[in-house]
Design a binder for this molecule. Sequence first.
Ligand code: WTA
Length: 656
Amino acid sequence: MSQPTIESILHERRVFTPPADFAQQAHIKSLDEYQQLYDRAKANPAKFWEELAIKELHWFEKWHTVLDWQPPNARWFDGGKINISYNCLDRHLTTWRKNKAALIWEGEPGDSRTLTYAQLHREVCQFANALKHLGVQKGDVVGVYMPMIPEAAIAMLACARIGAAHTVVFGGFSAEALRDRLNDGNAKLIITADGGWRKDAIVPLKEQVDKALADGAAPTVQHVLVVERTKQGVTMEPGRDHWWHEVQPTVSAHCPAEPMDSEDMLFILYTSGSTGKPKGVVHTTGGYNLYTHITTKWVFDLQETDVYWCTADVGWITGHSYIVYGPLSNGATTLMYEGAPRASNPGCFWDVVEKYGVTVFYTAPTAIRAFIKMGDQHPQARDLSSLRLLGTVGEPINPESWMWYQKVIGGDRCPIVDTWWQTETGGHMITSLPGAVPTKPGSATLPFPGILADVVDLEGNPVSDHEGGYLVVRHPWPGMMRTVYGDPDRFRRTYWEHIAPVDGQSLYFAGDGARKDEDGYFWIMGRVDDVISVSGHRLGTMEIESALVSHPAVAEAAVVGRPDDLKGEEVVAFVTLEGAIAPSDDLIKTLKQHVVTEIGALARPGEIRFSDALPKTRSGKIMRRLLRAIAAGEDVSGDTSTLEDRSVLDKLRTGG
Ligand code: WTA
């Protein structure tokens, strides 16, 4: 199975229209209806979003300005007062949803828990009071380093409730990576667990936190709040570390939601870019609440009785927007699963679908490719008839995986929404609306109403149909990131200055290449910068290079992605060693482990190749394009006119 290529996409002619019974009951019922919404939003975006903000959310106070746009800085619903935790919890308590399941949780070992809206509200209030008790105030930053347990969502909502910004760090990141993020965000407290279950093993989260904080290396962190999950025994530092189950009985379950300014920071989430240091993407309250709410409602066509399951981790934006905030703001039942498909239970996802009657299922192409490899017998042995809608996110999906997903998981009856978006965009940007937009396997289809997406060249001119170009957005939208935490210049440079302004209007540059077809459908071609996607996890090649050169044996390193059938891409590192150090298998192992220690297992190179020198241009730039081709085993002999030293190439090709 291969990644989508230009050739395969150009030959993709299959079109699937929404099933009639699905469309009849959907929020958006036809292509006409979509088109009308789209046109209305385009003609007057501020009015479109304002009407939705009034209709869909609770505000303590109304805004005075819908949109203040001074590129690249947007302010949405300025002057408005809102609290996303109130919208996700309190407002449902005065309706029949009070006793509806808000969160269904399934642990990897088979334990489970269901929290109604009333119960979730109570837990969030207590957790919020615990944070206050430990000195957290409005405006503080709180780190969250958690397994996939209800308390991860509770912690996020508790922060939002009292106006503290959370910065969730994926549990697969190492102590070093955690420490960098806590320091960059000046986190005052960190919420973690003793451990979490993943693939039949315990991820020792508290131990990693201890390492991250050792020797005062994260000086702003004053307290650690620890949730007990795995009970394997951890060290607790008196005065600094507190068990949640010991604090909980001492705090009140009454905690009114703090009215926040619409533009107050809701969270920071770090993501990789083309330079070394991960960026702290900042999202604010009002616009993000509206955008995740309405995309969840229309894209997943949420109905009151849905059991909605997104398989992402809360450590990523997908978990933020589409496990926690979007579904709960809509009063939906959101399902959370702790583990991952594993040798001891390759069919665990389908067990969960059957057990809870999941109706909407949202996952990543890398998972779908893994399911295909594991074999149809696993889904076929379970009753998946409750499913009515499938979604995918994170990477381009190759048409054959799409077809498999539709047939084997969706029983040829469920529409598929292929959702293109990013940490930076807050929510879905290009995606079908399942009752309205016909789908083509491998295409994310059309922009969400209010999103003026296009494909342009570097001068900002739209390219013609089927021609590759840069994916851009022309008008601000409520869910867009507001800045890079502590580095507004980097925000401007990275996203707003890459493409030349058109008629004085800056364009948002996503970092992806794309093409449009004659129907205006978008086909995402993948990153055009030095970002690679390993199993749907976004990694900067420079980040991994920095990790490698921080090892004393390494003089220079260049990292590229190599296409991989299962993971999408795999990390390949070209390394030159210091002076007298000799290459060896042991050194390869050491360096791979070093990357795991510095960043996390998700960044572990699949291959490390040693070389005396790296191919450089005459001006000294590493020729990554060439390295990518070499890593992929392509013939590069005709493509080296700017190469400084041709002999380097021969050595690299032979792996010498
Ligand atoms: C890629 C994940 C093709 C893209 C929500 C983007 C996709 C990056 C799709 C963002 C899709 C995401 N089709 N590519 N449906 N969805 N991508 O920030 O390259 O982790 O720029 O956000 O993933 O990754 P991030």
